[in-house]
Design a protein around this ligand. Structure first.
Ligand SMILES: C[S@@+](CC[C@H](N)C(=O)[O-])C[C@H]1O[C@@H](n2cnc3c(N)ncnc32)[C@H](O)[C@@H]1O
Length: 296
């Protein structure tokens, strides 16, 4: 299995202003890429609360962060429940929070998870495989207008109407069960010139389905709403978004919090990866990092 290359690591570490003995949450710990650089800076006495919805990601992180086992707590939870997770752990406030939104290469590269249109697999797309809703169920049950809306909004897909209508037509003929089936159907639905662009025609629809299946915007909105009650005085929060709707939620929540005097925004403009980082890690391309510091 390939590993996930963490994005903007130096910037995350610097903006978190990590100090020994403090409590930091990595709410999207994935394979532990950022955790690995955070943990040594919390010694002695600090703790990392490593959260992910995905059991496979947490298993990978446990191995990677093995040397820091005594100072790491792993939790397979939705970060939308961060308040509850901290309450259960007896932690009143945290000193740092990092979030690296979206999915990891570990998830994308595993055909059985159904995230990739380039690999034949089941239409699953669940980050937490304990949840009942899969992409297959969503594509089977939702009416055409709802599918169109979802693909248009979350995928920012201009051919959402054509794609939704084709899905509804095809599912009336045979059940849609595989990623390849869906990718081919989408390719056939878009106008011929759009089939040969650099971006695969299924990219945006797959992104939209993944975000809908996992209610990614809902979880982020809940976390941002709870954020003022989670941060200790002087705490830092650093969030990396890869989708314009996510970045907009973060930007507005950070700006509104600053206006309310809760924190100061440390990033006037979002921090972007350098050309060199993008060359070595294409996933970094669309990253936008924003950070705040809670009032004293
Ligand atoms: C981009 S990856 C993080 C990679 C990690 N920073 C690293 O460098 O190894 C995003 C991770 O967030 C997790 N995730 C997404 N939404 C989540 C949610 N609502 N609650 C908890 N974890 C979530 C995904 O399962 C995925 O493993």
């Amino acid at each position: 299995m390939s590993t996930h290359q963490p994005v903007l690591v130096a910037e995350v570490v610097s903006l978190l202003n990590l100090r020994p003995g403090t409590v930091v949450v990595d709410a999207t710990c994935g394979g532990g890429g950022h955790g690995l650089d955070i943990l040594p800076r919390l010694r002695p006495g600090g703790r990392l609360i490593a959260i992910d919805r995905d059991a496979g990601a947490l298993a990978e992180a446990r191995t990677r962060l093995d040397a820091f086992e005594a100072m790491t707590v792993f939790a397979q939870r939705n970060y939308g429940e961060l308040s509850a997770v901290l309450r259960e752990l007896g932690i009143a406030r945290i000193d740092g929070l990092v979030m690296d939104l979206g999915m990891s290469s570990l998830q994308l590269d595993d055909a059985a998870r159904g995230f990739s249109f380039l690999r034949d697999g089941p239409l699953d797309m669940r980050m937490d495989q304990r949840q009942p809703l899969t992409a297959e169920a969503l594509l089977r049950d939702r009416p055409a207008p709802e599918l169109e809306q979802l693909i248009r909004t979350l995928g920012e897909e201009r051919y959402a109407g054509r794609i939704a209508r084709r899905i509804v037509r095809e599912r009336g003929r045979q059940p849609l069960t595989t990623t390849t089936q869906l990718a081919q159907l989408i390719t056939a639905a878009v106008p011929p010139p759009a089939r040969h662009k650099r971006l695969h025609p299924a990219t945006r629809t797959f992104q939209a389905l993944r975000m809908a299946v996992n209610d990614e915007l809902g979880a982020l909105a809940t976390l941002l709403e709870d954020l003022p009650t989670l941060l200790a005085p002087g705490a830092r929060a650093v969030i990396m978004a890869f989708h314009s709707l996510e970045d907009r939620l973060v930007k507005h929540a950070f700006r509104n919090g600053q206006r309310a005097g809760r924190w100061e925004v440390l990033t006037k403009r979002p921090v972007r990866p350098t050309v060199e980082e993008v060359a070595g890690n294409p996933r970094a391309r669309s990253a936008k990092l924003r950070a705040i510091e809670a009032g004293a």
